[in-house]
Ligand binder design. Structure first.
Ligand code: ZN
Ligand code: FE
Length: 246
């Protein structure tokens, strides 16, 4: 089984759409298409036919490209849109509804669906255990976590604790380039963390050069992410509120 090829497509002001291709089956999947055109261009440039869209949650900057990509995909045999059952009413383009514990496939690659409510009530993530990759939408960011729009600090704490069970090498594909802002905030709540200070410096250099800082890894987050490192839900909630006010 060949490794998945994963392409980062920057769109809007700070979104990343992920284009995922299985060289064996030729299946090609898009995670959270905010928009359609740059995604279609990226696929066409590689000679890939988009066969699947996987959504993590209903927000328009994660689903806005669904309909136009599906329409364009009719020309090469159609594509199937999979997303959270709990948000079906708010993602009318869904073909397949999934929930935590379900398995979805891209060719022979199997991803487990995780329920990760908090940013939205039905938010899900897709974990490829074989490929050591997880698509987390707006649940975890580099040195950050998603805002608690439809859930609680307790739920986000549980999400972070579950992510912390993954191998350090697992790559975390989040949906936004929020890293610099997150790092600058993180050093204010964890000022004695040397790994964090070093990472802030590296991120400042990368961003000044216009380079992306995503995907991240569970190992890097374990060392530097104050939300993953929070010892209790109350502490996560406290720093989430501070970040919201920053
Ligand atoms: Zn969102
Ligand atoms: Fe988003």
């Amino acid at each position: 089984m060949s490794a998945l090829e994963i392409v980062r497509i920057p769109v809007l002001s700070d979104n990343y759409v992920w284009l995922v291709h299985d060289p064996d089956s030729k299946a090609t999947m898009v995670v959270d298409p905010a928009v359609a055109d740059p995604v279609l261009e990226a696929a066409r440039a590689r000679g890939w036919a988009i066969t699947h869209i996987w959504n993590t949650h209903w927000h328009p900057d994660h689903t806005g490209g669904n309909a136009a990509i599906k329409e364009a995909a009719e020309a090469w045999g159609g594509c199937t849109i999979t997303g959270p059952a709990a948000e079906f009413a708010r993602i009318p383009t869904l073909d397949v509804q999934v929930r935590g514990g379900d398995r979805v496939t891209l060719g022979a690659h199997v991803a487990e669906v995780w329920d990760v409510p908090a940013h939205t009530a039905g938010h899900i993530a897709y974990h490829f255990a074989d490929g050591e990759a997880i698509f987390v939408g707006d649940t975890m960011f580099a040195m950050g976590c998603g805002r608690l729009f439809e859930g609680t600090a307790e739920q986000m704490f549980a999400n972070m604790q579950r992510l912390a069970t993954l191998d350090d090498a697992t790559r975390v594909y989040c949906a936004h380039e929020y890293t610099l802002s997150n790092a600058r905030f993180a050093v204010t709540v964890d000022p004695d963390n040397r790994a964090l200070a070093d990472r802030l410096a590296a991120v400042e250099t990368a961003r000044a050069a216009g380079e992306p800082t995503v995907p991240t890894t569970i190992g890097a987050e374990r060392a530097t992410n104050p939300f993953l490192r929070a010892p209790t839900a109350a502490e996560l909630g406290r720093i989430r509120a501070l970040k919201d006010a920053a």
